[in-house]
Every structure is written in structure tokens, then in C-alpha cells.
Design a protein around this ligand. Structure first.
Ligand SMILES: *Cc1c(COP(=O)(O)O)cnc(C)c1O
Length: 712
């Protein structure tokens, strides 16, 4: 086990010692000047460590630091970054303090099974986790007093290696604590804080870690603690890695342990937010606390309901955890007496009428009085999906509202593009991200400036892909066709379509391959070539998803496709940044209405990469006729081979008639004026509405504020 002492063996000279504070606060990751500072320390190490300042600082030679200390200009930049860091951390004058003085001094406990804050912390799998990370970052920027609760998974989420025949290999690597920006939390007596969390008839010891995301702390639990049985030590091993029992045990620790952790830290949130159903047990624990302090069950439930927010994130059936009632009985038979209820009444807390089974989403919907979906469309779908919990109401009155997801712009907008925004939109764009007037000035960015920047981003993407391919080829003597499949033959000047997401059936990754001959014609059009870049992981146990990856990968390796189809391994936040910033267009063609929101298209759109997407999730409200292209009809065509064929037909047709001609229509300076117009409209319309700043303000105003008008 790592001791707090292991975190003190840094060898930074006194004059630069504050770089350590900086590297342990993820604030640096969305501050261009702080990033530039780390990069300047050692460009090669910066790139080799995949932008990890903790590893960088531990490995940078002392001689290099001596040089830097003698460099007045560097020291000036160092002082300036530290000064803006201190100002950010200490400022009391925030949006939240002005908008919600009634919540002054209060806290909001934010529970999530995953947090995607930086790719060096592999405690996220995809959209849900990155949303949680972006929520924390925006909350920090706005001064929202959020406290995050989650897991520190010592083996993280699966890493993806693709074998020569295209099959996804699941790789897990232990976290290297020494190179992660995470610190152990010290308990009241000086040693590590370790909690005892009841689990069934026994207890499990839980150690606590802390990650600092600007002003927002994340407290992460870990059961790999001495004194736990070997199986208990494994509970927090992997994100979404274990069997049903492990999953239940994780969720008990997340919800019930999480509340106890807050109490042990002396933090008493006035509001609790469960980001998806994995943490729903938290609401049950709040009820138990109140009952054991002498309140009636009714009273306890009423009070908990008023202080609880629940966000549901998916209409896909498998996305909702349901546990067998026998399993729940086994773990909770000592718990329900504390609520003063019998087994049946207890099981009813999480039953959907007409079904048996302990449904974590139903539990949260019943106990939390403030409930939301993550896009307008997903709101409608969720009200329909859960209407049986409110049998006396018409579906439109089912009390689930929506807050459309947004992305943390300063994390996802390419850095040089952000300087262009600064120049043409004004210095204040970062602090006025949801002000439409700021974004209307996008029109004033000269076409050549935006187009050239985009092409630099594209070349950065291709260089990165080649560097990864080369590294793997040299290190592992991989099959050379794997280097081609990884994008070695991509063409900088060809229209490049990006498709990156989890390889789950409903996302229909292979839809564009539907008519392979027709696709081939487009890829090899001598004057107007097209190329495709894919990325994405399948869930480690999903062989169907892996088969889809294999299908794409085989084409990527097939000489008949000439290297115009590429697959980037191990899609994570690092790869995602290059993709959403560097492809020409973002393709998304899920089976509607199964995409609750979809955030990667928001990242792309804000970077001037137009969306070409099914009218589902955020795009159903975000598409405005001029900022990209729709696929299919609003509401979708339903499922089945005929619907797939019709959507594929639509994709080819729009590509051939609209997208490809517009992209290749250049003026005498080789600038596609019409295309750049779509890029600008994409930035203007997406960045102003689909940023995390707007999203977190919506949460504060409509769900967190005690007097918010919530649908009941
Ligand atoms: C943004 C992001 C996602 C979410 O993408 P969707 O559009 O919701 O599918 C998933 N994975 C990574 C690595 C991301 O950056």
C-alpha cells in the first residue's frame, strides 16, 4: 500500500517547488499558459509522457531545471502562471456566489462511478465519466461548491490492443501511483484515512484518495487495503470489470460508503446528486440516517427527496443495473430493520411495477425528488420509459425534466484555436462561454485564419497517428499492415470523416460500410477522395462489439482500401482530443432514440468540425439547417435491416450531393468558402449552447437551488 510519505520524495529546487502543487491540480490541464509551461520544461518528455506533468517533473534532469532557473523569461512565465493559479483558487467573486447567495457556505455531493478528468487517470470508460469530469471542471470555474465522490480503480478501465486479425485484446495495467496526480487522504490521527463500510454481514475497509480539479475535490475510494480479504481487496479493482456480485458490492460502497466518507471528512452537503444509477444507494443511506435519528420513514423520505438530484443517462435497457432480489436480500437483511421496514416493503423501493428485480434507476427515481434526463429528446424518452412509476399521470407529467449535456470548452477546444477565439471574440470568451453575443463574433474570424488552423489541427492528428503506429511497430515488431491500419497512409488533403465511440450495437459503427462498392468509389474518387478514421473500444465482455471492430479493422488492413480507412487503437481522452479537433467532419449514426445525448459531436462542433448525424440526442435540438447535416428523418426510422439500409442510403446521398462537393469547392486561394461558413456556424451555434458552463448553470438554477421549480 502506498503511504503518504511516498508522495514527499520530490526533488524540485526550492525556486520551482510550486510546480508540484500545479501538477497535482488538474487546473493546469485546461490552462493554455500552464500547459505551455510544462511543455517548455522538456518538450520531448512532455510528449513521451502523454502530457503528464507528474511524470515529467519526476524525470526531468536536474541540469535542465538549473538552466530554467537561470532563464529570466521562463521564471517570469512561471511566476505569472502561479499568480493566476492562486487567483483562481482564492477568488470569492464567482458566478455562483452572485447567482446563488442563498447557498453560500453549502456543499453539493456529486456521486459518479467514473470520472474522466485527464487521460492519465484511467478511472473512466467513456461518455458518462467524461461528462462527470467536465461537470466538475465547469463547477470549479463557476465557483459551484461541488465535492465529487467516486472510486479509485487500481487497474482502471480496459486498455485496448488490436491483434493482427482485428480482435480487441483487453489489457489492464496497475495504476502507477507515483505518476498520477492523486494523493492519499490522511485521517485525523495522521495515518491514512481508512473507513469501515458495512457490506452484507461484514465490513470492508476503504482507503481514500484525493484528486483536485481546480477548486473541486474528488474523493475516491479503494478497497485494496491491508486487512481486507483477498476478494474484498478486488472489489474496486476495475471499472465495469467484475461479475454481478462485484458490481453490487461496488455500488454499495459507492453509495453507502460514499455518504459515510463525506461524514468522516466532516462534509455535510445540503444537496446530493447521483450521476446515473450506480450510486443510487446513497439515497437509501440518507433515509436510513434520518430514520435512525428518530424520524418516521415518511418524514425521512420527504426530507431526502427534497435534497436529492438524480440524472438518468441512457435509454438502453442494459444500461440500467438490475440485481436479483435474493442477492439484495443477502446483502441487506441487516439494513432493512434499520429503516424499520420488512423485506417486501424494502424490495418495493426499487421495483418497477409488473417486474421483479432490484432496479437501481427505479430506486433513484423513487427516492430523489429532482430528476433529469440529458437532452430534450431523452427527456421525452425517459418519461415514456418510466411512466409506470407514476401510473396516475399522463406521460407528459411524469416528473423527469432534462438538462442537455455540454462539454468543458477549455478542455476540448484546440489550444491555438482558443487563441484565435481570444483575438476575434475577445479575452473574455472563456468567462462568457454561454453568451450568444460573444459567439456571434465568430463571423469576424477571417476564413483563411480558420481554415489554416483547421489544417494544422488535421496535420497534428495525422502526425500523432503515425507516431503511435511507428512506436508500436518498433517496440513490438507488429505486423506492418497494422501500421497501415493505424493510419500511416492517410492523405492530409482528403476529406476526412471521423467516427469514434464505444462499439456497442446501437451505435452502428459499420453503417457507412453498408454498400462497400459505393463507399469504395467515394474513397477513390481521383479528384475528391474521402477517408475514414475510426476509434473506439468494445466493453471487455461484449463479443458483438468486438466483431464490429474486427469488421472495420479488416477493411483498414485490406489493400483494396489502400489505407483510406484507419483505426486508432485505445480511444481515450488523449486520442479523442486529436480526433475531434483534427478530422474534417464528425459522423454519428446511432439507432434513434437510443443516444441519450452524445457529447463527442459537441466537442467536434465547437472546434469547427461540423456534425453529420442522426437527429437524436443533442443534435435533435442542436441542428439548425446551417451548422452541419442530418441523417434520416427526425425521430428516426425505427430499427431493423430496412431502416439501416435507408439510413445508409441517406448517408451516401448527402455525402455525394452536398458534403463532398462543398468541401472540394475551392476559390483561387484554395479555400472552401462554403465549407468554412458551415465551420463557423458550427462553432457559433455549438459552443454557445453546448458548453459545460451552460449545463452546470442549468443544474444550479433548475435542480440544485433549494427554491428551484422542479417538476413534481
Ligand atoms: C467525449 C467522449 C466520449 C463520449 O462520446 P459520445 O459522443 O457520447 O459517444 C467517449 N469517449 C471519449 C474518450 C470521449 O472523449
Amino acid at each position: 500500500m502506498v503511504t503518504p510519505d511516498a508522495f514527499h520524495d520530490w526533488n524540485l529546487p526550492e525556486k520551482l517547488s510550486r510546480l508540484k502543487d500545479l501538477s497535482y491540480n488538474l487546473w493546469w490541464s485546461w490552462q493554455p499558459e500552464a500547459r505551455a509551461l510544462f511543455k517548455e520544461i522538456d518538450r520531448t518528455l512532455w510528449s513521451e509522457t502523454y502530457h503528464n506533468p507528474v511524470t515529467l517533473l519526476r524525470n526531468v534532469p536536474r541540469a535542465r531545471l538549473d538552466d530554467l532557473m537561470a532563464d529570466g523569461a521562463f521564471m517570469g512565465r512561471y511566476q505569472a502562471v502561479m499568480a493566476s493559479f492562486d487567483q483562481y483558487m482564492n477568488s470569492k467573486d464567482t458566478w455562483f456566489s452572485k447567482a446563488h447567495p442563498e447557498m453560500n457556505g453549502q456543499n453539493i455531493g456529486y456521486f459518479s462511478a467514473e470520472f474522466g478528468v485527464h487521460h492519465s487517470l484511467r478511472i473512466y470508460s467513456g461518455g458518462l465519466g467524461i461528462l462527470a469530469g467536465d461537470h466538475c471542471k465547469a463547477a470549479s470555474d463557476l465557483g459551484v461548491p461541488l465535492v465529487g465522490i467516486g472510486f479509485m480503480y487500481p487497474q482502471g478501465y480496459v486498455q485496448q490492443r488490436i491483434s493482427s486479425d482485428g480482435w480487441q485484446q483487453n489489457v489492464y495495467e496497475p495504476v502507477d501511483w507515483g505518476s498520477s496526480p492523486v494523493r492519499p487522504v490522511v485521517g485525523p490521527t495522521g495515518g491514512r484515512m481508512v473507513l469501515d463500510v458495512p457490506l452484507g454481514r461484514g465490513t470492508v475497509k476503504v482507503a481514500v484518495w484525493r484528486i483536485q480539479v481546480g477548486r473541486v475535490p474528488l474523493y475516491l475510494m479503494d478497497t485494496n487495503v491491508e486487512g481486507n480479504s483477498p476478494s474484498d481487496r478486488e472489489i474496486s479493482g476495475r471499472l465495469y470489470g467484475g461479475d454481478r456480485t462485484t458490481r453490487l458490492r461496488q455500488e454499495i460502497i459507492l453509495g453507502i460508503g460514499g455518504v459515510r466518507l463525506l461524514r468522516a471528512l466532516g462534509i455535510q452537503p445540503e444537496m446530493f446528486h447521483a450521476n446515473e444509477g450506480h450510486s443510487s444507494f446513497l439515497f437509501l443511506e440518507l433515509v436510513r440516517e434520518k430514520v435512525s435519528s428518530g424520524k418516521s420513514l415518511d418524514e425521512a423520505q420527504r426530507e431526502v427527496s427534497a435534497m436529492s438530484v438524480f440524472t438518468t443517462h441512457t435509454p438502453v435497457e442494459a444500461g440500467h443495473d438490475v440485481f436479483a432480489e435474493e442477492m439484495i436480500s443477502e446483502y441487506f437483511s441487516d439494513y432493512w430493520p434499520q429503516l424499520k421496514v420488512e423485506r417486501e416493503q424494502f424490495l418495493d423501493f426499487a421495483r418497477v411495477p409488473g417486474h421483479t428485480g432490484w432496479n437501481m434507476t427505479a430506486l433513484a427515481l423513487k427516492l430523489a425528488g429532482r430528476r433529469n434526463a440529458v437532452s430534450r429528446r431523452h427527456g421525452q424518452v425517459s418519461r415514456e420509459m418510466w411512466k409506470s412509476l407514476w401510473p396516475s399521470r399522463p406521460v407528459d407529467d411524469v416528473p423527469i425534466s432534462h438538462v442537455t449535456n455540454g462539454v468543458h470548452l477549455t478542455t476540448w477546444v484546440q489550444q491555438d484555436l482558443s487563441y484565435i477565439f481570444e483575438r476575434y471574440l475577445g479575452e473574455g470568451w472563456r468567462t462568457h462561454q454561454d453568451d450568444a453575443a460573444v459567439w456571434s463574433k465568430v463571423a469576424s474570424i477571417p476564413d483563411e485564419v480558420l481554415w489554416m488552423q483547421h489544417n494544422r489541427n488535421k496535420s497534428q492528428l495525422m502526425q500523432t497517428m503515425r507516431a503511435r503506429a511507428r512506436k508500436r511497430w518498433m517496440a513490438e515488431h507488429s505486423d506492418p499492415t497494422q501500421a497501415l491500419a493505424a493510419g500511416a497512409l492517410l492523405d492530409q488533403s482528403a476529406l476526412t470523416i471521423g467516427f469514434a465511440r464505444r462499439f456497442a450495437g446501437y451505435k452502428r459503427a459499420t453503417l457507412i460500410l453498408h454498400d462497400i462498392e459505393r463507399l469504395k468509389k467515394m474513397l477513390f474518387d481521383p479528384w475528391r477522395p474521402v477517408q475514414l478514421v475510426f476509434a473506439g473500444k468494445a466493453h471487455p465482455a461484449d463479443d458483438g462489439g468486438k466483431a464490429l471492430i474486427q469488421q472495420v479493422y479488416r477493411l483498414a488492413k485490406d489493400p483494396a482500401f489502400g489505407g483510406r480507412i484507419a483505426f486508432v487503437e485505445d480511444y481515450d481522452m488523449h486520442v479523442a482530443r486529436y480526433l475531434v479537433q483534427g478530422v474534417d467532419m464528425w459522423l454519428n449514426n446511432p439507432l434513434a432514440p437510443l443516444e441519450a445525448c452524445g457529447t463527442s459531436g459537441e466537442k467536434a462542433g465547437a472546434n469547427g468540425v461540423p456534425n453529420f448525424s442522426v437527429l437524436d440526442g443533442w443534435w435533435e435540438e442542436g441542428y439548425n439547417g446551417a451548422n452541419g447535416w442530418p441523417i434520416g428523418a427526425a425521430g428516426g426510422r425505427g430499427s431493423g435491416p430496412a431502416a439501416d439500409a435507408a439510413d445508409a442510403e441517406d448517408i451516401y446521398d448527402t455525402l455525394n450531393k452536398k458534403i463532398i462537393p462543398l468541401y472540394y469547392d475551392r476559390d483561387e486561394h484554395h479555400i472552401p468558402r462554403g465549407w468554412v461558413k458551415v465551420m463557423k456556424e458550427s462553432i457559433r451555434s455549438v459552443a454557445s449552447v453546448y458548453g459545460a458552463s451552460r449545463m452546470v448553470k442549468d443544474y444550479c438554477n433548475n435542480l440544485y437551488a433549494p427554491n428551484a421549480v422542479v417538476c413534481r
